[in-house]
Design a protein around this ligand. Structure first.
Ligand code: SME
Length: 154
């Protein structure tokens, strides 16, 4: 049964290690989101390294490893430091295909100050899957992860 974003947040916060081991925190967050939200075929993190986003913990099929800033939905959201909801990926110029099953997408940057640390990328096999409730809920999760994960070792 799908979970609310409030209960997902509670679950994700409960699993945070509080240690310098961001990979465990993000891996558990990806698993909670994948299993807690309906109609996703991929969800995970791309981690900022310089001017690129590198594949981090995720659930779903194998995905592209590196996305330059400004490219695809992820790179565009990272450069703008703003979330992007894509109702139909075929209508987004420059969308990068990882899993051809993906029809709609939500990307939310994880930001501290002016610094993009990572993005959360969610893909659905359904058109127009992501609502305002998803956008708001995922932004809240991104804020908590920005504050609570020990990103300094990146
Ligand atoms: N579609 C993304 C690429 C990442 S995969 O969907 C996992 C994009 O255009 O940035």
């Amino acid at each position: 049964m799908p979970k609310t974003y409030d209960s997902l947040l509670e679950q994700i916060e409960g699993l945070l290690t509080g240690q310098d081991y961001w990979v465990a925190d993000l891996a558990n967050a990806a698993a909670c989101l994948y299993h807690g939200l309906r109609d996703l075929n991929w969800i995970g993190f791309y981690i900022r390294r310089g001017d690129e986003l590198w594949l981090g913990p995720f659930q779903g099929r194998p995905a592209c490893t590196v996305i330059p800033f400004g490219k695809g939905v992820c790179g565009t959201a990272a450069r703008a430091r703003r979330p992007i909801v894509v109702p139909d990926v075929n209508e987004f110029p420059g969308h990068i295909v990882c899993d051809p099953a993906s029809r709609s997408e939500l990307v939310v940057p994880i930001v501290r100050g002016d610094n993009v640390l990572a993005v959360i990328d969610a893909d659905s096999p359904l058109l127009n899957r992501f609502t305002d409730a998803d956008l708001n809920g995922m932004c809240k999760i991104a804020e908590v992860l920005a504050d609570r994960v020990k990103w300094d070792i990146l």
